[in-house]
Design a protein around this ligand. Structure first.
Ligand SMILES: [Fe+2]
Length: 244
């Protein structure tokens, strides 16, 4: 009954427990467009636990215009979340880093060498959705000179690269690690994003994957889509999540 086995395997859910760690989310209360209060943070963390994660590295936005977060603001928020977890007897490891937006002030921040990093000095950063930053190569170089390893958040989401898959090779050849959003595979952002995410998996160009969860609904959506064949394919790659 080979055909029956095929049907079954397509429906089989991936086990996110194998990833161990999620390294992209927005669950520090009230400081970006993620969890609005402590209650929502805790709901999200419970959902992460149900999905099998053992550790969360949460990454609030740092943007000059919208979210003027600093390492202090983020780490104070983390303390509040951790105290609430202890109070509620919820056991899970939670750390914080940040998702830096490449804007005109990012280079200044790099020079201070006080970025919030995770793992082996990894720095998560994101780009404009509208146009490729002209000084991207420079920023990558400056991050590396300052001792950081750049990790580009959701490379599949930048529309200006959808027709230029070679761009991803170029980034990786410069030492940039790529982090795919799990929800990109559901089509939640757009059909084009989904197609690019699938290509990146086919060509094995992904180093990390993350939920980029902003609310418990994102985690719900993820749990409803665990059967997706491309999630299985992604999990078969050598992802760095388990090293964190
Ligand atoms: Fe994010």
């Amino acid at each position: 009954m080979h055909w029956l086995k095929n049907i079954f395997s397509k429906k089989e859910k991936v086990n996110l427990e194998l990833l161990c760690c999620d390294m992209h989310s927005h669950l520090i209360p009230g400081i970006d467009d993620g969890a609005k209060d402590l209650e929502q943070s805790i709901e999200m963390i419970r959902a992460f636990k149900e999905l099998g994660y053992k550790k969360i590295i949460t990454t609030p936005h740092i943007m000059s215009d919208y979210y003027k977060n600093t390492p202090d603001i983020i780490l104070n928020g983390l303390e509040k979340v951790k105290n609430e977890l202890t109070k509620n007897h919820i056991e899970i490891e939670v750390e914080a880093a940040a998702e830096y937006y490449l804007d005109e002030n990012f280079e200044e921040k790099i020079k201070t060498k006080k970025l919030l990093s995770f793992g082996k000095n990894y720095v998560l950063f994101e780009l404009s959705m509208f146009s490729e930053p002209p000084h991207l190569a420079n920023v990558i170089f400056e991050l590396q000179v300052a001792g950081y390893t750049p990790v580009l958040a959701h490379p599949e989401r930048y529309p200006y690269w959808h027709k230029n898959i070679d761009q991803y090779d170029e980034l990786r050849s410069k030492g940039v690690l790529l982090q795919l959003n799990l929800l990109s595979l559901t089509g939640a952002y757009s059909a084009e994003v989904k197609k690019t995410a699938q290509k990146l998996i086919d060509f094995q160009k992904i180093d990390f994957c993350g939920s980029d969860a902003h609310s418990k609904f994102h985690l719900q959506l993820l749990s409803e889509n665990l059967h997706l064949p491309y999630l299985h394919k992604l999990m078969a790659l050598e992802l760095l999540n388990k090293t964190l």
